[in-house]
Design a protein around this ligand. Sequence first.
Ligand code: NOJ
Length: 733
Amino acid sequence: MSKRSLKSHTKYSKPAAGKLERKIKALLAKMTLAEKIGQMTLFTAMWAETGPTIDNNFMQYVREGRCGSIFNAYTADYTRSLQKLAVEETRLGIPLLFGFDVIHGHRTIFPIPLGEACSWDLALMEKSARIAATEAAAEGIHWTFAPMVDVARDPRWGRVAEGAGEDVWLGCRIAMARVRGFQGKDLTADNTVLACAKHFAAYGGAEAGRDYNVVDVSERTLAEVYLPPFKACVDANVRTFMPAFNEIAGIPCTASRSLLTETLRQKWGFSGMVVTDYTAINELVPHGVAGDLTQAGQLAIEAGVDMDMQGGVYFTQLEALVNAGKVSPAAIDEAVTRVLRVKAELGLFEDPYRYCCEKREKRRILSPGHKAVAQKVAEKSMVLLQNEGNVLPFNRNLRSLAVIGPLAEAQLELLGNWYGAGDGRKVVSVTAALRDKLGDKIQITTVTGCEVDDEDDSQFKTAVAAARQADAVLLVLGENGNMSGEAACRVDIDLPGMQNRLAEEVARAAQGKPVAAVLFNGRPLAISRLAKAVPAILEAWFPGTMGGQAVAEVLFGDTSPSGKLVMSFPRQTGQIPIYYAAKNTGRPISPDKYTSKYLDCANTPLFAFGHGLTYTTFSYGPVRLSATSMPTHGKIRAAIKVTNTGSRAGEEVVQLYLRDLVACVTRPLKELKGFKKIKLKPGASAEVKFTITAAELAFPGPDLEPLVEPGEFEVMICGSSSVASGQRFTLLP
Ligand code: NOJ
């Protein structure tokens, strides 16, 4: 290390917690306006394409002290070389901050977040985030643009893949687990990175499920549905926030002082840093709230945006805005302080190179331990949607198996979207994994049948012939990895291309034999046709690096599926938005004409939130309450006996739903308020208990502040949101 960098280490050696603010102040006092604006600027190094390409001379800007953070760059070697420019060639030697979208793993790729959420295993989600952080931190990355905590109820929107599904209560818990996983307790540790709660707010509410589209939600829905997971992130001490691209009721989030300052900082007490989304300040011009980039920059800083991602608006406009007296030097200092604070919290002033470590990089990336966890998460994420006649697990005594479908030999596709620095060549396809597992005991034939999304059925004959000849058939269907994620929305969410027809013809040819389908996809699909054609469907999502092996384990029963849906699967795309926590309406569905329903489709989903089968069955006794009434600040205990009524051991997610029957504002028909994951041997029973307090009964009152209102509540405990009845109690005044 050069003298210069050592000097800067001593100069900025990590202060004791109390001294941190003074150190930052002292540094700020030495900075020119241009250097300050540099700290508010983030440019891409283009190792990954995560938005529109815009040429920038980021290396030169770093050298000039005009760019304080870089994203889309990784490896110990490369980040060190960039860090050197900042530390050794700039006047003040302020270290760079490196960001990257580490969404579901860095090199070892885990299932997409939506899939992972179906495990309902918070500890495991925290662990996978920590492994992602461990690998990323070894490659020089300090900061992930995750978790995405947008509640999403429109599966046409491709970004549902990145979140935790449709539920608010579960979404909050998952958001916190992921923040804890990424950030840990000590940001200076070599296995933690800064997390970023995104996209603030209501991005999931894009009209018509089309990415970047406007959002127009009521203040109530914002407070009740979209904001809570963000608040949960603040409670978990997330250090950075990203405003959403969209507008809400006419105000783009990047220009929303009400969101970024009044709610986030003043009401919730967030002390971290706010970074825009990719070129989001520039987009205030096409949004139509700024006439030019100068005005856009002013709106963003006034709203509370500290750092400009890739747009170069602060970079080009801020100096003039300050000189013209339109932006106060104090506003700049506040933003820079927040940026320097997170750099200091990471210990970068003590050692700017602490995250660039080839040794760790070698040891940690794709380590056997990380891969084992990735396989476990993939297995736990899978949801057995249907299993008529107990087709699954396949019998080991089969002599032959036909593996048919466009994703039968896919590798890269199993990583899905946003797969960081993942490598498709490290993925074992389902067919290869089955071959590895079964050796020559079961003869495996593979036929593609058709591509994921085209109109060519010329291989159908071969597929049908293979199905006729084999003892059993596995269809491997779904979406391509790039059909979900950012800018990847679909107007019809059935299986794309010719896949339904392929499944129907193959299943007909294999009548009387076991036929199952495994699905790889990034969103709930409207698969009514497939559900009719085949008896068994295993939803495997995009399962990541170890997905092939995980599928093979589950198909042959070495592991039982235990995932439960965190997003409803509609019967048809036209039912969207469809979610379990719906309101009753004044004319709930009945056989009468003038009620809330469709002429051509049921109201219910094909597969409900919370649904998921396994290789055994569970029965639920009646819900028992410890009392029939509860004082406002008291509690009530709810219990239920759950029995494994099948012949295999199995896991069950026992779910607690509440309904507030009469309130001053309308309440959903049911809301998830708790769950317990239990494991039971065949024939065994467990007593599952929940405690209900005012916290579970509160909702935003007429002023949108939490209200606990006396009255009658219903308690439902079940294995899926589609199960209805429960026990009632009264909350006393
Ligand atoms: C745009 C996406 O909306 C955001 O989620 C992501 O973090 C940035 N690009 C950076 O890649």
